[in-house]
Design a protein around this ligand. Structure first.
Ligand SMILES: [Zn+2]
Length: 240
């Protein structure tokens, strides 16, 4: 199995609202069709397809799209993949149907086409295996959020999406922008107990080091975003 981080998340916000720059991971099991965990935002769809192509993956090749939850910055590019089966958790479906107008990060207008695509599969219960991968229901940020728990090249890796949005949440266990704060903290703790490496929804790769019951969290790599502004002579990079 090969895992590639196509997009690294970015935790910044702006005075114009959320940037929504989320993480996205490509998983290629040996002998099986590629799997995508989340799909980044509408504004990134060209780059998403470019990055896939650079790895030799055409959009028609993707067999599975795991939608960790149905927020705009993770889910809206599912229609790009004509042969994929899409997976949502049952609690997320209920959340869209019951709270779609209230949770303004949900692109609620896109849900009927997903529901009626004939290619939506529903994950049920607390945990299971999807396409050979271990998933666990990690609610809080949304009621139906799920994460992947993977053993990969000697490390325990969690693709956490917005269960862990950034380094601060993993360090402190405190969460923001959550539908259910208590369950959100429980979900983060489950990840803190198990993982060596966490791919958060909106931050760098994070490493967990344990010393007895003491947990320390470090970023593994740097964040660097190039901003190109036409009225500036050069592009500039933001590192945090
Ligand atoms: Zn979200």
């Amino acid at each position: 199995m090969q895992i590639d981080l196509l997009f690294q998340g970015f935790p910044g916000r702006s005075s114009r609202g959320f940037l929504g720059w989320s993480s996205c991971v490509l998983i290629r099991p040996v002998g099986k069709a590629p799997i995508l965990f989340d799909t980044v935002g509408f504004n990134e769809r060209i780059l998403l397809l470019t990055k896939l192509k650079e790895l030799g993956v055409n959009k028609e090749d993707v067999g599975t799209v795991l939608l960790s939850h149905f927020h705009f910055d993770h889910a809206v590019n599912y229609p790009l993949f004509p042969n994929a089966t899409f997976y949502l958790h049952e609690e997320e479906v209920k959340h869209i149907e019951n709270n779609g107008e209230e949770d303004l990060a949900i692109p609620v207008e896109m849900y009927p086409s997903l529901r009626d695509s004939g290619r939506l599969s529903i994950l049920t219960g607390k945990s299971g295996i999807v396409e050979g991968l271990n998933w666990m229901h990690t609610p809080g940020h949304t009621p139906g959020l799920y994460s992947l728990f993977l053993n990969y090249r000697g490390s325990k890796i969690v693709l956490a999406s917005d269960t862990v949005k950034n380094i601060s949440e993993l360090r402190t266990g405190e969460v923001s922008m959550t539908w259910d704060e208590v369950r959100g903290k429980e979900s983060i703790n489950a990840i803190r107990r198990w993982a060596d490496i966490v791919v958060p929804g909106h931050d760098r790769l994070l490493q967990i080091k344990r010393n007895g019951s003491h947990v320390e969290v470090y970023p593994i790599n740097e964040s660097a975003i190039d901003i190109i502004v036409p009225w500036k002579d050069d592009k500039f990079s933001i590192k945090i």
